[in-house]
Design a protein. Structure first.
Length: 108
């Protein structure tokens, strides 16, 4: 039961982050994962609440872990894309700054 409470707390911590991702336009392509992954995680947790038999417990844990990994994988993939786009923007602005500084030095 303690393990279940820990898993439930970890699952609940991620939902505000899932909502934030869903509201940002950059993550539109991952929206299907979050729309299906979060409710399925809750369903798998609900299966574990109902005093399951050993077989149901393992099915519930298996489903929970698979879905949790699925959601985390796509969240990581989306964050990597965001970081890559931010780094590309940084490089572009850095080149602009160097070009402007070079122009200023030529004018002085």
């Amino acid at each position: 039961m303690i393990l279940f409470k820990k898993l439930l707390l970890h699952a609940l911590k991620i939902f505000p982050f899932l909502y934030k991702i869903q509201t940002e336009p950059h993550y539109k392509k991952w929206k299907f994962v979050l729309d299906w992954g979060a409710p399925l995680l809750l369903i798998s947790l609900a299966l574990l609440i109902e005093r399951p038999t050993l077989k149901e417990y393992f099915y519930g844990m298996f489903l929970f872990l698979i879905l949790w990994g699925w959601v985390l994988y796509f969240m990581q993939k989306a964050m990597n894309e965001r970081i890559k786009k931010g780094y590309q923007y940084y490089l572009k602005t850095k080149e602009d700054i160097e070009r402007i500084e070079g122009d200023c030095q030529k004018n002085n």
